[in-house]
Design a protein around this ligand. Structure first.
Ligand code: HEC
Length: 125
């Protein structure tokens, strides 16, 4: 019941701000809309996630930062959404272009990334 709470407080404002800034395309508006928490994926993205990202991002041998391993994602998030989006779109080292999600939009990729970079939604105990 304790334990997990701190991560939420520490990381979520950062995640919310980063994703909002990126969606705004860097127009400088810092009225970041508050996002409740690492939002669980909707049904469509959930399906995409299981079909694509999960293959590597829940397989440590792949070398990919693992889903909900918040500490592993911190240095990556520090690059900023713009760079991360470029890496997702074009591929980056072992990360294939679009994470093998041919139909994913930029917003989809960022949502998937922030889902993986945040604590597991059900990890509240
Ligand atoms: C074929 C395996 C594979 C799949 C599928 C995959 N990834 Fe990755 N991903 C990787 C690996 C490996 C890395 C680490 C690359 C490195 O830093 O060497 C990575 C890194 C990343 C990064 C961090 C990039 C950076 O600049 O640090 C993001 C963001 C990411 N993946 C998002 C996704 C998303 C979103 C999906 C699903 C749409 C996905 N990945 C699917 C293997 C994969």
């Amino acid at each position: 019941m304790s334990g997990g709470g701190r991560f939420y407080v520490k990381f979520l404002p950062v995640l919310a701000l980063a994703s909002t800034l990126s969606l705004l395309g860097g127009c400088g508006d810092n009225n970041a809309a508050p996002v409740a928490k690492a939002a669980p994926l909707d049904a469509r993205l959930s399906e995409v996630y299981s079909r694509t990202c999960v293959g590597c991002h829940t397989t440590p041998d792949s070398g990919a930062p693992q889903s909900h391993a918040v500490a592993a994602w911190a240095p990556r998030l520090a690059k900023g959404d713009e760079i991360l989006l470029a890496h997702m779109a074009d591929g980056f080292a072992g990360m294939p272009p679009l994470g093998q999600c041919a139909e994913c939009s930029a917003d989809d990729l960022l949502a998937l990334m922030h889902f993986m970079a945040g604590p597991a939604p059900e990890d509240t105990h």
